[in-house]
Design a protein around this ligand. Structure first.
Ligand SMILES: [Zn+2]
Length: 436
């Protein structure tokens, strides 16, 4: 038995034994967070909450929640719970404000993530005989590293994340005989569409059998479409850049919801309006508390993702609790190719770059036929449009570059003359990845 197999035994623990371990880990995490991180200490004090008095897992609900804004307020290092000399890796992910989300990992944290990823990939059947290709946008660079580490742990041959174009990714997929592809649903849909248009690749044959999709929830329709078009089985992983990794929850061979890595994260599902736990089986906002991470403990982090618990035993025998990951969000952000994007963040960048005030704007995630991941349309009045078009175009290209760099996904900005008033939201679904 390898070390990974022994650790993976935790997935089958008796739930009562796991709950006791979770409580001990939670108490240790709360004490460390209160001691080492001023933000947590002050928030506990302001709420009249004493971490020492958390005597059951249910008591966690008495503590205040961590919000996305807290990352910006404590940028870059103030949420770290260990001195920088104990940090081995510092990672930057696109935030949803103007500053990025910064997280750190100790040596122990890196091995924890390695374990989480190798376990999740192993549940998807990945093993030493596989050739695993990672195709993600730069905005998800640290997830790419986590997948590489986890897959190497299983002995798979890894083709790490690179800045190759879609056409080159496709060439690698065919020529290197990739059997496992790790990507996000939108990119998988794009790949499937491109593949269908290319006779050469169809003739060459594709060895793909496993498609690990992360970053965005997957509808039943999209799953079915991708499975038939790419001749592979889909396995969904849930992750988020603040916690900060992929496969916080993962599918097993039963494909009936996602098992939460409960030995490392304590999940709650709350009513987004009140913050109170929802009735059993009801949908709400997923809130996560880290149980084992040393550098960057998060207490009751509001993920903005919607989920519900699936109770009852899973046919696979794992006793890790399962969730259904639901498509809508509980906040104003959107997942675009796995990267969280908020209107406020896009507008803040627009204000920095543009010398004019657009009279309206729209945001649209790219579909399988689009070269961009996100399209921002800005409307300007007719007079300005004809007079100063060169100056405007110049600024638009600069804004495009700035957003590309900030979000780590390809962004297209365009000017239009007229725009119908927004009906509630400035997001347009347009040609979604669900189209096929
Ligand atoms: Zn299962």
């Amino acid at each position: 038995m390898t070390a990974t197999e022994i650790r993976s035994g935790d997935q089958f623990l008796d739930p009562a034994v796991r709950a006791q371990r979770q409580l001990e880990l939670l108490q240790a995490t709360l004490n460390r967070a209160a001691r080492a991180v001023r933000h947590h200490r002050e928030r506990f004090a302001a709420a009249g909450a004493e971490p020492e008095k958390v005597e059951s897992l249910a008591d966690l609900a008495l503590l205040p929640m961590t919000r996305r804004e807290d990352f910006a307020d404590h940028y870059p290092y103030e949420l770290f719970a260990v001195p920088l000399r104990d940090i081995l890796r510092i990672h930057t992910a696109p935030g949803t404000g103007v500053t990025p989300t910064v997280s750190g990992y100790t040596r122990n944290d890196l091995s924890t993530w390695r374990e989480i990823l190798s376990r999740a990939l192993s549940a998807a059947g990945v093993n030493a005989a596989d050739i695993l290709q990672i195709y993600l946008d730069p905005g998800l660079a640290n997830w790419g590293r986590d997948y590489k580490d986890g897959a190497e742990d299983l002995g798979a041959s890894v083709i790490p994340m690179t800045a190759l174009s879609l056409a080159k990714q496709l060439m690698v997929l065919a020529d290197y005989r990739t059997t496992v592809l790790v990507t996000c649903p939108t990119l998988a849909a794009k790949l499937a569409s491109t593949l269908e248009a290319l006779e050469d690749f169809k003739a060459a044959g594709i060895a793909l059998k496993t498609l690990v999709l992360t970053g965005e929830p997957v509808s039943a329709r999209l799953r079915q479409s991708l499975e038939s078009r790419l001749s592979a089985t889909v396995w969904v992983h849930y992750g988020l850049s603040e916690v900060p990794g992929p496969a916080v929850a993962f599918e097993c061979e039963a494909h009936e919801g996602l098992h939460v890595s409960e030995d490392h994260f304590y999940p709650e599902i709350v009513d987004p309006a009140t913050g109170m736990p929802v009735e059993p089986g009801r949908a709400g906002e997923l809130v996560l508390t880290t149980l084992t991470l040393r550098a960057f403990p998060l207490i009751r982090f509001r993920t903005g993702d919607r989920a519900r618990f699936i109770d009852g035993p899973c046919p696979c025998g794992r006793t890790l609790r399962r969730i259904a990951w639901l498509p809508e969000r509980a906040d104003d952000a959107r997942l675009v190719r796995g990267v969280k994007v908020s209107e406020g963040q896009v507008l803040a960048h627009a204000r920095k770059v543009l010398s004019f005030n657009p009279s309206g704007y729209r945001l649209r995630p790219g579909g399988p036929g689009d070269a961009f991941g996100l399209e921002l349309s800005l409307s300007v009045d007719d007079a300005m449009f004809s007079d100063e078009i060169k100056m405007l175009e110049n600024q638009v290209r600069r804004l495009e570059t700035a957003l590309n760099q900030e979000l780590g996904i390809p962004v297209k900005v365009r000017l239009i003359e007229r725009m119908a008033p927004a009906a509630g939201s400035n997001w347009i679904n347009g040609d979604s990845s669900d189209a096929h």
